[in-house]
Design a protein around this ligand. Structure first.
Ligand code: XMP
Length: 305
């Protein structure tokens, strides 16, 4: 286990030494790793830290507002890029193409921001398991859609590189981050885009955002799953108010897992599932059907794309 106070001291010293007088960009996602990095760097280099939050239009309900509120004291810059992302995603149905389009947008936005601010260094929340998996060729981390954003910076500073996730969570408490960040559920970099099978449109994202909010409200506190969410599988016939409708089919996914490499579905009571289906179909006019995913990983992945 990490000695929190000692770690914070030495990480601040390291960031100060590595950054010198240069400006340093950090991409804040609201995840615990980038959040801890940003808080450490704010203490280390103050105004030379440029925390950027990209609102892709693909985030969960209230998430962008909450993240910007939490980090307003350290001067987070919110980049409103929803239109840009939706334009880039128009007509794309292939999951890998989607990730690529999203990754490219992130790279362009960071290029723009780095140029505008004159920042040459990047602060990244890489943690120990990320390094191991990257070195082993299992996953490439801290990039979206295979597009590394570190390529355009002269130096990458990684103060969390020797920590495990649970240690980062402890440090999060030490730098004053609230529990909602310390224990935030994993959320994919490409956001809700990978929870809409097929083309990503503002309409589909609005529906999946509402459905996600309902699933989280019903399950997070009551069942503490490792991860839970809703996804749009496509459209199907339903009947609402005596009128046939060709509405969205929503899948509810709730899993327990240790590290995301394998996962098991939660055995939820049927009444709870019925409650969720009832809320989703009554509160979201465009949804005609709700199904619960009972597939473990493997063979299914946790996300749908
Ligand atoms: P899968 O779907 O591969 O997901 O079983 C395992 C865990 O990783 C998250 N995930 C992602 N996280 N960028 C991320 O930062 C991504 O592109 C991405 N895809 C999946 C997923 O939410 C789950 O926790």
């Amino acid at each position: 286990m990490v000695k929190v106070e000692a770690f914070i001291e030495s990480a601040i010293e390291e960031i100060r030494r590595e950054a010198g007088d240069e400006k340093v960009v950090v991409a804040l996602s609201g995840g615990v790793d980038s959040s801890v990095c940003a808080m450490l760097a704010a203490r280390a280099i103050g105004k030379n830290l440029i925390p950027i939050y990209v609102d892709t239009g693909l985030m969960r309900k209230g998430e962008s507002e909450r993240i910007c509120e939490l980090f307003c004291d350290i001067g987070v810059k919110r980049v409103n890029a929803a239109e840009e992302f939706f334009a880039a995603l128009k007509g794309i149905v292939d999951p890998e193409e989607k990730r690529k389009a999203i990754g490219e947008r992130f790279v362009r936005i960071f290029e723009r921001e780095a140029k505008a601010t004159g920042a040459k260094f990047l602060l990244q929340g890489t943690i120990y398991p990320d390094r191991i998996e990257s070195e082993g060729g299992i996953k490439s981390h801290h990039n979206v859609g295979g597009m590394p954003i570190d390529m355009m910076f002269q130096k990458v500073i990684e103060p969390l590189r020797d920590l495990y996730k649970d240690e980062v969570r402890e440090v999060a408490g030490g730098v004053g981050l609230p529990l909602e960040i310390q224990h935030r559920m994993p959320f994919p970099g490409p956001g809700l885009a990978v929870r809409v099978l097929g083309e990503v449109t503002p309409e589909a994202i609005a529906v999946v955002r509402e459905a996600n909010a309902i699933v989280e409200e019903e399950l997070v506190e009551a069942y503490r799953p490792w991860q839970c969410f809703a996804a749009l599988l496509g459209r199907g016939t339903g009947v609402k108010g005596d009128i046939r409708c060709f509405g969205w089919v929503v899948a509810v996914r709730a899993v327990n897992s240790r590290d995301g490499m394998t996962a098991d579905p939660l055995e939820l009571p049927f009444t709870v599932l019925g409650e969720i289906a009832g809320r989703i179909t009554s509160e979201i006019a465009e949804v005609s059907r709700v199904v619960y995913d009972v597939t473990p990983k493997p063979p299914a992945t946790i996300e749908y794309e």
